[in-house]
Design a binder for this molecule. Structure first.
Ligand code: GLC
Length: 476
């Protein structure tokens, strides 16, 4: 049996933040998880979320002065002893933390990405079939990649050699270029700011990622941090054209963690006043300001009907790392299919180089993903999950009355077998089954044990329409 969740029904689920009850009737036994997290009432937000869910594939970029050292973004400044915090690059020069911190801050004085041209970034992203972008306007280190009035620690400061260049306000350039090419625009913004004296007060040592004082004990200082954050977000919501997504990182900044109440209701109201329908992602929180969930570097086990997005690095690190270990196109296509079959979006991260170029390996991966998308994109864009979502190496998606079965070859280069078999979903009687990229319909049958068998024409086996994963389309 084919089960359908129509976009309209899904919208209703979303709008009402509905219970398991309704989805149970819609989906039968194999329910996607609904945790009521995305209870959105604003109809413009609901509309935008629906549109965003159709896009499926986005580009994430972590870029900052830290890119010059090839280190993990920001984290080496933090007092937490975590394995990914790697300070070893300049360790001989900066054996103690104070010197290291100074040198890190001085990276602004040498950041000069003369090759930066967002037209060169958007081109491979278009080819890959990406439809939205999220850019780090400010990471935890506090270095602003936009022309803020709130601090001089920014790419447009006279201290930064790049400030004299016409594209110095890089956030603006990136947003304009990607928007002009039809992308939805997302601003990554770190709520914690490890450069602000109102967050990391130099009076006290800094133990960890949190504010290093108790906001309740020093309300005036905390209020200054709230104002600073509010003003920066307002700058981004007013001076940078239409913004679709405000992607707030640093989940520790919330009322329940060390009293770090940043005034999300006020921020959201202001932001949506300037940007009606804005999607807000207050990561790691539940409630009205987390319009979709953001599992990081992982894919949920099962389908989820509320909006969600896996963010994941193409290499091992969010920020640029020389000789990083990039995932193969084969892996990336499979990740995309797995995510989309479970109802999510894939936000794939690339760390641009300090000179402003995208790493060549990343560009070639995007091109190869694009080759796959140009044949199979219709099984990805605008689809919604359909039970059983996945069965072994077959993933399912659906769009209106069409269901797609996506068979993922296990080993790269294996190619198509003579037939594929699955048991948990049957095409409706009289359906035609097509292999995308191949004209002729495939023969299919339900065998005695109730399994669906799709027979693949020899010609298609010999010269398949694509690599990595093959899509069978059931048309009634
Ligand atoms: C992790 C990293 C952070 C990065 C984020 C992106 O939380 O610690 O640096 O920006 O992932 O999702």
């Amino acid at each position: 049996m084919i089960n359908f969740i129509t976009p309209v029904r899904q919208k209703i689920i979303l709008a009402l933040g509905l219970s398991m009850l309704l989805t149970t009737t819609l989906l039968g036994a194999d329910n996607p998880k609904v945790d009521g997290n995305s209870t959105v009432e604003d109809s413009l937000v609901i509309e935008k979320l629906e549109k965003w869910q159709d896009l499926k594939f986005g580009l994430f970029m972590h870029w900052g002065a830290y890119s010059q050292w090839g280190i993990v973004e920001s984290w080496s400044l933090c007092g937490e002893d975590r394995e990914f915090i790697n300070r070893n690059r300049p360790v001989d020069k900066y054996p103690d933390y104070d010197q290291y911190k100074k040198a890190y801050r001085n990276l602004q004085k040498t950041f000069n990405p003369l090759q930066f041209d967002p037209a060169k970034w958007v081109e491979p992203a278009i080819k890959a079939g990406m439809k939205y972008v999220i850019f780090t306007t400010k990471h935890h280190d506090g270095f602003c990649m936009f022309d803020t009035k709130e601090t001089d620690y920014k790419i447009t400061s006279t201290l930064c050699p790049y400030h004299i260049q016409p594209k110095a306000n890089v956030t603006k350039e990136i947003f304009n270029t990607f928007r002009d090419n039809g992308f939805m625009i997302g601003a990554y913004f770190s709520k914690p700011d490890w450069d602000s004296e109102y967050y990391w007060w130099p009076y006290f040592p800094t133990r960890d990622r949190n504010a290093n004082y108790d906001p309740l004990k020093y309300p005036e200082r905390w209020q200054k941090f709230r104002d600073f954050t509010f003003n920066q977000i307002e700058e981004l919501m007013t001076g940078y054209g239409d913004v679709d997504i405000l992607w707030l990182d640093g989940g520790q900044v919330n009322p329940s963690q060390n009293n770090q109440d940043i005034n999300m209701p006020g921020i959201a109201q202001m932001a949506r006043q300037h940007q009606p329908g804005l999607i807000i992602v207050d990561r790691g929180q539940k409630g009205p300001y987390t319009n979709y969930e953001t599992p990081e570097q992982r894919i949920p086990e099962t389908a989820i009907v509320t909006p969600w997005e896996t963010c994941m690095t193409m290499g091992d690190q969010w920020s640029y790392k020389p000789f990083d270990n990039y995932k193969s196109t084969h892996q990336l296509v499979h990740l995309l299919v797995d995510i989309v079959a479970k109802g999510g979006n894939f936000l794939l991260n690339i760390g641009p180089q300090p000179d402003g170029e995208l790493p060549a390996v990343a560009v070639s991966r995007l091109e190869e993903i694009g080759e796959w998308m140009s044949v199979n994109g219709e099984a990805i864009y605008g689809t919604r999950p359909v039970a059983p979502y996945k069965e072994g190496s077959v993933a399912f998606t659906q769009k209106e009355n069409t269901v797609y079965a996506i068979w993922m070859e296990e080993n790269e280069g294996e190619g198509l077998p003579g037939k594929i078999v699955f048991s948990k979903l049957q095409p409706q009687k009289d359906s035609k089954v097509y292999l995308l990229g191949y004209k002729q319909a495939c023969k299919w049958e339900i065998d005695d044990s109730g399994k669906t068998n799709i027979f693949i024409p020899l010609k298609a086996v010999k010269s398949p329409p694509c690599k990595h994963a093959y899509v069978f389309k059931f048309v009634l």
